[in-house]
Design a binder for this molecule. Sequence first.
Ligand SMILES: NC(=O)c1ccc[n+]([C@@H]2O[C@H](COP(=O)([O-])OP(=O)(O)OC[C@H]3O[C@@H](n4cnc5c(N)ncnc54)[C@H](O)[C@@H]3O)[C@@H](O)[C@H]2O)c1
Ligand SMILES: N[C@@H](CCC=O)C(=O)O
Length: 517
Amino acid sequence: MLPEYRNEPFVDFSVKANADAMRTALSKVGDELGRTYPLLIGGEHIELADTFDSLNPAKPSQVVGSFAKATVEHANQAVEVAATTFESWRNVAAEERARYLFRAAAVMRRRKFEFMAWLVYEVSKSWAEADADVAEAIDFMEYYGRQAIKFGGPQPVVAYNGEENELRYVPLGVTVVIPPWNFALAIMVGMTTAAIAAGNTVVLKPASASPAIAAQFVRLLVEEAGLPDGVVNFVPGSGGAMGDALVDHAKTRLIAFTGSKEIGLRIFERSAKLQPGQIWLKRTILEMGGKDGIVVDETADLDAAADAIVASAFGFQGQKCSACSRAIIVDSVYSTVLKKVVDRTKKLTMGDPTDPKHHMGAVVDQKAFDKIREYIEIGKSEGRLMLGGETGDGSEGYFIPPTIIADIAPEARLSLEEIFGPVLAFIKANDWKHALEIANNTEYGLTGAVFSRSRERLEEARRDFHVGNLYFNRKCTGALVGVQPFGGFNMSGTDSKAGGPDYLLLFTQAKTITDRF
Ligand SMILES: NC(=O)c1ccc[n+]([C@@H]2O[C@H](COP(=O)([O-])OP(=O)(O)OC[C@H]3O[C@@H](n4cnc5c(N)ncnc54)[C@H](O)[C@@H]3O)[C@@H](O)[C@H]2O)c1
Ligand SMILES: N[C@@H](CCC=O)C(=O)O
């Protein structure tokens, strides 16, 4: 019997055996860096002369892997193969589809330190952040496998004399999966396996900064979980160069995207345009950026609030869509909270994350490094620099220290624009009402948190703080699969609620069948 779904526990690295296992994995994966990876289309490995490199952000001279660079022709070929494979895969029973996910989850669980090590090298995650990413990936497979079984058979409808009526969820078709690099394993695995579990076939275009971890996962699915050829097709390449072709293809049925607002809107627009030969309206799942705030009022536990702000703002260098990039504090406790946050942040260490003593690694690449530095300069002109702000030139690693800028006005750029780095704006509110108003003043609506001991205010926030994931008296990052289904409002996307009870249905369409006797 299938055991009840449970979240994968986190690794306790203070246990020597676990720390040793992580060191062994880092050494093993370290020996595998720099290899070349082909495309995978219909089970065929395609090597190309044209490649691009994935680099270690903490040591940009270190190549994590070189990847065949798919062209528009490869993108089209992958969609065609996925369309052909769909004709058989869609008839595979839900239980059988789910078993591929359970097997993949079991293999990943056995090799979890190795997967963590890839994340440390490729996107500069600390050990704890890498562990959370791998645990979430395992959770997605366990959760969606069970959802596939749940929705695999006929669903209950109202009885009607003389007829047998049923409603079934049937798969959609070719799903183009376009993940971001930040939850390089979890989000890529979540979108890919939800599509497979629902009976769709996949063309996976990994993020250009994290193709190695995606290649490891595809290999696991195909070589260790035994997924049939063509169910998942792997086409690394430039999103700009071949992403449009995947989205535009007439046989693409669904696009599952997580990434920036800019690219999400582009996909939204392009996918709405009918292509010659296209006979459906393409469906899009678009999970986009955030500008997330933590509100603290004068009744709150200020130490707990400061701990949560630091964890939410600087975990994984602030590169989470859920990260707290705005601390909105009521006037009477503003200076106290600011001091507590600055003092705690000073204790964070930053450096090569292969060393577990570091809380923070590097930001993902030169582009991110340059963009964040620009925002720090903007912040300096908009507010008072309290901590950080100084960076090298990136040649020795894209390190940006945790940066706190106080006295940012609610309408300032630092308050409203997603930076996606370790930069925290402190914003002073006159009182609770004003704080809630500021919390809602961006175009996004992803996560938010409130620290208060006032039940009345928490209830007001429950009703009026307009975000997809709202937390009271805890940090605003770290949603767990099945526990806190994840997704945002407004420009944060289509609120698909990854890891939630309805998510898999987005990868299906419902068919009603009536048999009159
Ligand atoms: N809402 C969420 O659940 C969530 C989760 C994680 C990250 N994010 C957001 O993701 C962003 C960071 O990720 P990113 O830098 O990888 O985002 P991005 O938008 O730059 O890239 C996302 C993906 O889109 C691809 N892409 C680029 N151009 C394309 C095109 N023209 N057509 C198709 N695909 C194209 C990229 O190669 C990548 O795979 C942040 O804005 C963050 O908030 C959101
Ligand atoms: N689901 C993650 C955020 C994903 C985006 O980066 C969290 O809840 O922190």
